[in-house]
Design a protein around this ligand. Structure first.
Ligand SMILES: Nc1ncnc2c1ncn2[C@@H]1O[C@H](COP(=O)(O)OP(=O)(O)OP(=O)(O)O)[C@@H](O)[C@H]1O
Length: 255
């Protein structure tokens, strides 16, 4: 399989702190690629760097044949890279359907406001988006009645599913998931893991942050371990999790 994302020598600095200190990363097309590491290792910062949410101090970053270092998040998203956030970011007053339509507006080249207000330039495109939103809500395991509900009134687990559906609205080729299983019980974790496999089965590559090592071992084809902003290990889960340096990093930091 070829690389869909290739990063070389990425650096991110916050003042005097080098949060990402020259990281290389290769995500193969069709993979479920796990990004792991102790608290504060730089995992979220790396996802932010890949998706344009923090500025790179150095490094090259290629996504699907495009050099994307220095590009804005919306430009990167338009190339087919979407993401979810560690802290759920659903808009308070919007229904679930509206939240999904906002996630899709770039794909159809319209203003989000126009779509939400029902005055979209193209009724055909609007109908297609609404149809896709309903299809995705079903795909992520939310009932048909969910579309009309205010997103923030849903349970935490349902909101996570809405976030994943929203990330899929633009038919991305790569989705970055920042701790999609955080705060879930064992059953919910298995359900989301099944959903992640279904997303991959539809041809979408995933790069995800997760702390539960059992899930990581079962779910991911490939792991990258960060520690103190550096790449500590990279390879198949079985090898990486057996690596004494990886075990020492976790023991030393309490996870
Ligand atoms: N906006 C910021 N400004 C300053 N420092 C930051 C900022 N964001 C992250 N950091 C610092 O960068 C380092 C890496 O943080 P990051 O959140 O990427 O780690 P993480 O591996 O995702 O941690 P966790 O598993 O706890 O979510 C930490 O030292 C953190 O305090």
């Amino acid at each position: 399989m070829s690389a869909i994302l290739h990063a070389c020598g990425l650096k991110v600095r916050f003042g005097g702190l080098e949060a990402i200190g020259g990281v290389d990363l290769c995500v193969r097309a069709g993979a479920i690629h796990g990004l792991i590491g102790p608290n504060g290792a730089g995992k979220t910062t790396l996802l932010n760097a890949l998706s344009g949410f923090v500025r790179l101090a150095a490094g090259q970053l290629r996504f699907n044949g495009h050099e994307i270092a220095g590009r804005r998040p919306d430009a990167i998203a338009a190339l087919g890279l979407s993401r979810t956030f560690q802290n759920i970011r659903l808009f308070g007053a919007m229904t679930v359907l509206e939240s999904l339509l906002v996630g899709a507006h770039r794909q159809f080249d319209m203003g989000a406001g126009a779509i939400v207000l029902g005055s979209a330039r193209s009724k055909v495109a609007e109908r297609a988006m609404i149809g896709r939103a309903h299809m995705l809500l079903d795909f992520v395991g939310l009932g048909a009645d969910t579309a009309a509900r205010v997103a923030t009134t849903l349970s935490y687990g349902q909101q996570r599913r809405v976030e994943i559906a929203r990330a899929l609205m633009s038919s991305p080729q790569l989705v970055l998931l920042d701790e999609p299983l955080a705060g879930m019980n064992a059953l919910e974790k298995q359900e989301i893991a099944t959903l992640v496999r279904s997303v991959r089965a539809q041809g979408t590559t995933l790069l995800l942050i997760e702390h539960d090592m059992q899930i990581v071992r079962d779910l991911c084809d490939h792991l990258t371990v960060l520690d103190h902003g550096k790449r500590l290990a990279d390879g198949p889960p079985r090898d990486v999790l057996a690596d004494p340096a990886v075990q020492a990093a976790y023991l030393g930091r309490g996870r």
